[in-house]
Design a protein around this ligand. Structure first.
Ligand SMILES: C[S@@+](CC[C@H](N)C(=O)[O-])C[C@H]1O[C@@H](n2cnc3c(N)ncnc32)[C@H](O)[C@@H]1O
Length: 353
């Protein structure tokens, strides 16, 4: 591997729970032989994919005035409310601008039309569905599925899109070799066992299919040419990451981003691939105007929101409110004022062997 520096389809009542007796986890992932109704193809399960309005509240719990997922045994620590959704949508635009596309890798080749077969894409932990919706608007003859534990995808969607609620740490409901592209962006707070998820993604991918991972590193980074000793130059940001990474590790959520290329190699399931680090500007220390400045300011706002979203997790862990406030304020101040601070978005794409 080379290293470079709720189904809510218009007017359709698809995929409702049928009371299947097949093994089903708490969110309804199941692998049964009944025909699937998210489209006309050969999916083989009958899972809960349609979320009725009355079922909505059951997916959320309120804590400290913020909404979280209600699936207590899953480790995802962030709220899933309007503020978080705004952050995810902003981050989506930032990453789109950063990459100059919606994903690294030979996406257009893999999704090129093929006579007699509709191509399929699966987005794991799809969040607000922004990536799926944008991609579905570009590849209009490809069928897109987005999966998340909470129904926060859009409610009005085009015919080639479907969202459903399921736990991606459980076996996916799709049969072997059904997908042409599986996309997993910023899932390291949701999935603790990446190698297991990689095997499951490979299972549902066709030979020659594409898997793309994208993760923003949870650490202080300096742009090339800046002195950049985090302990000395950005001690408050460094302390923030040290503390949240400790708490997250305690929940089983290590930052495994750097290990992803190794996991891919060790899986022996993929034949080709690339790893790339993309540098995201933070704030406006780098340039005084233009697109990169706008990106830097938007990313500063996004990571400030992210820091605040970690507040409830830290207080749950026993840190006092005063400590948490100071930790978050210090992080934001370092991010805003220390020259040379950048984020790093690592993308890994690979082809199923
Ligand atoms: C950081 S967000 C990323 C969302 C999206 N991929 C993006 O890049 O905008 C992580 C998402 O994972 C979802 N999630 C957490 N645990 C999950 C699980 N076990 N199965 C499915 N989705 C999960 C959360 O609800 C949240 O929407």
């Amino acid at each position: 591997m080379a290293i470079e520096n709720n189904t809510r389809r218009n007017g359709q009542n698809d995929g409702q729970a049928t009371g299947s007796s097949h093994p089903t986890n708490m969110l309804g992932n199941s692998r049964s032989s009944e025909s699937d109704s998210d489209d006309d193809s050969s999916d083989t399960s009958s899972v809960l994919t349609q979320i009725g309005n009355d079922e909505f509240p059951g997916h959320f719990v309120e804590h400290e005035g913020r909404l979280f997922h209600s699936h207590g045994d899953l480790p995802y620590p962030l709220p899933v409310d309007g503020e978080e959704q705004a952050r995810l949508n902003s981050q989506h635009k930032i990453l789109r601008t950063l990459l100059g596309s919606h994903a690294d890798g030979p996406v257009a080749t893999v999704l090129a039309s093929e006579q007699g077969r509709q191509k399929r894409v699966l987005d794991l932990c799809s969040g607000t569905g922004a990536w799926v919706m944008d991609m579905a608007g570009i590849f209009t003859d490809v069928r897109f599925s987005g999966v998340d534990i909470v129904p926060i995808g859009p409610r009005t969607i085009p015919r080639n899109v479907h969202f459903e609620v399921a736990d991606v740490t459980q076996p996916l409901r799709w049969p072997d070799e059904t997908m042409d592209f599986v996309h997993a962006r910023n899932i390291s707070l949701a999935v603790s066992n990446f190698p297991q998820m990689l095997r499951e993604a490979a299972r549902v991918l066709r030979r020659g299919g594409l898997f793309v991972s994208g993760e923003i590193r949870r650490q202080v980074n300096f742009a090339p040419g800046y002195p950049g000793n985090p302990d000395v130059d950005a001690p408050r940001a460094e302390r923030f990451y040290r503390i949240i990474n400790g708490v997250l590790a305690h929940r089983g959520l290590q930052d495994y981003t750097r290990n992803i290329p190794t996991y891919v190699r060790e899986s022996r399931l993929f034949s080709d691939g690339r790893v790339r680090d993309h540098v995201i500007p933070i704030g406006d220390w780098q340039v005084s105007r233009g697109r990169r400045r706008r990106m830097g300011l938007a990313y500063l706002e996004a990571i400030s929101k992210l820091a605040r979203s970690f507040g409830p997790m830290l207080r749950n862990e026993g840190y006092t409110d005063g400590f948490v406030q100071e930790l978050i304020t210090g992080f934001v101040e370092d991010m805003r004022t220390v020259p040379g601070m950048v984020g790093v978005y690592q993308t890994v794409w690979m082809i199923k062997a």
